[in-house]
Design a protein around this ligand. Sequence first.
Ligand code: ZN
Length: 119
Amino acid sequence: MNDSLPPCPECSSEYTYEMGALLVCPECAHEWSASAETDAEADAPAAAVIKDAVGNVLADGDTVTVVKDLKIKGSSTVIKVGTKVRGIRLVNGVGDHDIDCKVDGVGPMQLKSSVVKKI
Ligand SMILES: [Zn+2]
């Protein structure tokens, strides 16, 4: 028997053998992909670390303040420095925008993590 093969996940039999890309258990006839379990972890999307203007790591649901006046394209609205933004959501936004949020009195928008500071 090949000691390097994992035991059967169904019945814990140690007499598993390889058949192509699959592992097979002769005792319960369970077949599974040997690489699936290990790959599950390797393929997990690496959580991109998004940091605010001063280097704090941001997370979904954080409350931040805006660290500089932000003009909103196509309007006269300005998000003032110090504006509090609750419940941010980290996203892969357009351009460098990596925060999805709703600003009170302005509405939903995307911000760059470089212009906010975690509270
Ligand atoms: Zn088995």
